[in-house]
Write a protein that binds this ligand. Structure first.
Ligand SMILES: [Zn+2]
Length: 380
């Protein structure tokens, strides 16, 4: 079969590999679709980050390079291990790709016991730190990873469960309440998913900050009331400063203050830049929450007085739990039309390195989610 494997930084290849065998406690999936995630690009360009480094094995899964990438996948069960119950060949499934103690056959750690499997000491992911991934025609997973789909569910939509689960988790643990005003900084795939979720969960006003015009338009279609380009609008007031940062006054802050009173109840930073962190803190009302959704390459600078004086909370989140997937499966039914707009391109596996990975490197702001079609016969 064909699989896109990570061999090292800047080195991903479409390899011809054996179809994986299904063990007695495993299930084999014929992959239908797999979304390309920022994490995949990050590994490709700057990794190994979460992928096991050259010459080492992942401590929890034993995976070694090369690993097959792709963790946003769904498909149809093709083989069921002899000791697996409650699953059958032909069943449509999507996958929660996070591996925790249940997958490893290890007794639950303290975090798994309280339902926070995303904080498991042995956390790993299919398509990153486990050898099998979704940019392949077949993948073998533990049955606990499977989320069965009703027969009529669109497999294209089902491949969105993972990125939506990320957004659902962040919204849930941010403390956001219906009726509150929110700010989303950065409207890439996760920013758009956050806006969709916040709208579905009853946000009052949703403002977004985005510098790419194509992404600003997308943010509006997912329910942002106002999308502010901090660079363009700053130019109306003053020229940008020498290092290219927006000149004062900050147009995002101006818009928030004008409409949301003392600020947003929750500000989600889906960029992770110094400027977006600063803006998020400034735009959040006293007692409110600045929620970091980004992964950072380097430390940022923060004057803690900006939190202390207004008793603002700064926190962040990682991945998702089974509870977040359960919420998303309902959302995919109730907001199917809206969610489908997240998919902006579809590309066959054989062309996914050039048409998917390289396209996103060159032209990221033109896309929200590029889906890779792994099995032509599994398409819907
Ligand atoms: Zn655990």
């Amino acid at each position: 079969m064909q699989a896109i494997r990570f061999h090292g930084r800047g080195d991903i290849r479409l390899d011809e590999v054996p179809i994986p065998t299904c063990g007695p406690d495993e299930v084999r999936i014929k992959v239908a679709y797999c979304g390309i995630c920022g994490t995949d690009l990050h590994e490709y360009l700057a990794g190994p980050i979460f992928v096991p480094p050259e010459g080492t094995a992942d401590p929890h899964t034993g995976a070694k390079l090369p690993v097959t990438l792709g963790h946003e996948f769904c498909g149809i069960i093709d083989e069921v291990g002899s000791r697996v119950v409650n699953h059958e060949i032909g069943q449509k499934v999507t996958v929660n790709p996070a591996l925790d103690d249940r997958h490893h056959g290890h007794p639950d750690c303290e975090q798994c016991l309280i339902g926070c499997q995303n904080r498991c000491e042995r956390l790993a992911f299919y398509g990153i730190s486990e050898g099998g991934g979704g940019f392949a025609e077949y993948v073998v997973v533990k049955p606990v990873a499977l989320i069965p789909l009703p027969p009529k569910t669109s497999l294209k939509l089902a491949s969105l469960a993972e990125p939506l689960a990320v957004a659902a988790h962040m919204v849930r643990i941010s403390g956001f309440q219906p009726g509150q005003n929110v700010l989303v900084l950065g409207t890439g795939p996760i920013g758009c998913a956050l806006i969709l979720l916040l709208r579905a969960k009853g946000a009052n006003m949703i403002f977004a900050s985005e510098i790419a015009e194509s992404r600003a338009a997308q943010a509006s279609t997912f329910g942002a009331d106002l999308v502010i380009n901090p660079l363009h609008q700053a130019a109306k007031h003053d020229s940008p400063t020498e290092n290219g940062t927006p000149a004062q006054p900050n147009p995002v802050l101006e818009a928030v203050r004008k409409t949301m009173g003392s600020g947003a109840h929750v500000s989600f930073d889906a960029c992770g830049l110094q400027s977006t962190l600063d803006t998020a803190i400034e735009c959040t009302r006293p007692g409110g929450t600045i929620f970091n959704v980004a992964i950072h390459d380097k430390p940022l600078c923060i004057n803690l007085n900006t939190l202390v004086l207004g008793e603002k909370h700064l926190t962040g989140g990682n991945a998702y739990t089974p509870a977040d997937f359960a919420e998303v499966m309902t959302l995919l039914e109730t907001h199917a039309e809206q969610a489908a707009k997240l998919i902006t391109s579809l590309i066959p596996l054989s062309q996914a390195i050039e048409g998917g990975f390289h396209e996103l490197v060159k032209n990221a702001s033109a896309h929200v989610k590029i889906l890779v079609q792994a099995g032509e016969r599994n398409a819907d």
